[in-house]
Design a protein. Structure first.
Length: 212
């Protein structure tokens, strides 16, 4: 074999062997070199619920001490004078009840001397008290028809206790009981009303009820 042919064969052999060896060497060297350690990061999540803020305590207000009220002693009220109806409650009548009201429209102003003053039930110190009061007879017509009625009488009782005037202010029904009532009360006698320790004239109003 000629030398030139040998050279060509060796060159071809080297061209076939050298490249794979080179690649294998590079791979082996890369495997020997370890990559640097890269720190692994772990993410941890926490769900934290926000807490509601605690309410602030309001400062306590200083309690005011209740002030004691000093009660003034009540004044003793003067007892009202007894009414004519109360005075008549123990007297036997042919009627169920008598009541004394106020007489409106009668002047009680001073007409000169104290003896000439005509009082009303509100201006006297003590009211008249009945002493002799004959019963009022119910008219026969009213008895037969079983009528009931009501009168309002106005009496002027003098300082001597006698009835000086008697008149009808109201009548229901009219024209039935008036005459019998006026005839009876004109004969009545009272303990007179007094004012400042003296007996005085007084106007008094007397309601009268008639029951069947």
């Amino acid at each position: 074999m000629s030398s030139s042919l040998k050279a060509h064969l060796l060159g071809g052999l080297f061209s076939l062997v050298i490249p794979p060896l080179t690649v294998a060497g590079v791979l082996s060297m890369n495997s020997l070199i370890s990559p640097p350690d890269v720190p692994t990061s772990h993410e941890v999540s926490f769900n934290v619920e926000p807490q509601a803020p605690k309410p602030k305590r309001k400062p306590r207000e200083a309690r005011k001490k209740p002030q004691r009220r000093t009660r003034s002693a009540p004044r003793a009220a003067a007892p009202p004078p007894p009414s004519l109806a109360a005075s008549l409650s123990g007297v036997a009548f042919d009627l169920p009840a008598y009541e004394l009201g106020s007489l409106e429209g009668v002047s009680d102003e001073v007409l000169g001397d104290l003896d000439d003053v005509v009082h009303t039930e509100e201006t006297v110190d003590t009211r008249p008290v009945p002493r002799d009061t004959p019963a009022i007879e119910v008219p026969a017509q009213a008895k037969a028809k079983h009528l009931k009625g009501r009168l309002v009488l106005s009496l002027l009782i003098g300082a001597d206790g006698r009835v000086r005037q008697a008149r009808v202010l109201e009548a229901d029904p009219p024209g039935v009981f008036e005459d019998a009532a006026l005839s009876a009360v004109r004969a009545w006698v009272f303990e007179p009303a007094t004012y400042q320790g003296r007996s005085v004239e007084v106007w008094a109003t007397l309601p009268v009820e008639f029951a069947p």
